[in-house]
Design a protein around this ligand. Structure first.
Ligand code: GLP
Length: 241
């Protein structure tokens, strides 16, 4: 694993966006796997700046990791809205080339199958990942068994509590999500894992330096041959670099 440690999330975001630019400019039909969460905001800000400085993204396909079950695409806390707000509406990507799971599909099993088909048809060149404080990637939560393909997941109490900050009423916090599975993530040609802040230092240590464990889903990234880990000094604090 290639580990890079930056002074600030915004410096790290520029580095991550440069990695994305390399993929975007070196392929006729680049496919980028995207994530949501506070961590990726500096990456999207930097990418938007690159686009304003001339980077063409009109040929890019994007595939997001996950969406909450029960939140329609126009719900303010949906991941559809997050992506529109922080990235899609700010750059010239064609909306029909952006993919997210539909959290209000009438048949969620069929929706997972549809999403697997989207991923099969668009092999991911570079997957962007954040990490939950419990080690989840996408919404692949700590468990005895990690699931390979797209699936509906019951969010853990810890994740629900973390997400509560975005909802005005506790009862509104979604209990389930649709997430891309572990095999789909590992099939990306390149992966970047980002984490910022002191509160991520412990899980970054466990994901990178301990063994591979299903109760730390991100640790499975140790098996991938092209992962870049992008950190700030706080999240890297336990690595002894
Ligand atoms: C959510 C997302 C993950 C993300 C994680 C960390 O649960 N499903 O993809 O990596 O949160 O979020 P943050 O970047 O806000 O710490």
């Amino acid at each position: 694993m290639n580990i890079r440690v930056f002074r600030t999330p915004s410096d790290a975001g520029i580095y991550a966006a440069s990695m994305l630019e390399r993929v975007i400019t070196s392929s006729e039909r680049p496919v980028i796997g995207l994530a949501t969460g506070e961590t990726v905001i500096p990456v999207y800000d930097a990418l938007v700046n690159f686009v304003r400085c001339g980077l063409n993204v009109s040929h890019v396909t994007t595939i997001n990791l996950d969406e909450y079950v029960g939140l329609a695409p126009d719900h303010p806390q949906s991941y559809h809205q997050f992506m529109n707000q922080y990235l899609f509406s700010r750059i010239g990507v064609r909306m029909q080339s952006t993919h997210l799971p539909n959290g209000v599909a009438p048949d969620l099993v069929a929706e997972c199958e549809r999403y697997n088909e989207v991923i099969r048809n668009h092999p991911i060149d570079m997957q962007v990942l954040g990490i939950g404080v419990n080690g989840h990637i996408g919404f692949n939560e700590p468990a005895h068994t990690l699931i390979t393909g797209t699936h509906v997941v019951n969010l853990t109490p810890e994740t629900i509590a973390m997400n509560a900050r975005f909802f005005s009423r506790k009862d509104d916090v979604p209990r389930q999500a649709i997430t891309m599975g572990i095999q789909s993530i590992l099939q990306a040609k390149q992966i970047m894992l980002l984490a910022f802040g002191e509160h991520k230092a412990d899980i970054i240590y466990r994901a990178l330096k301990d063994g591979i464990r299903t109760d730390v889903p991100a640790s499975i990234l140790q098996l991938h041959k092209d992962v870049t880990v992008i950190l700030d000094r706080q999240s890297a604090a336990r690595l002894g670099l």
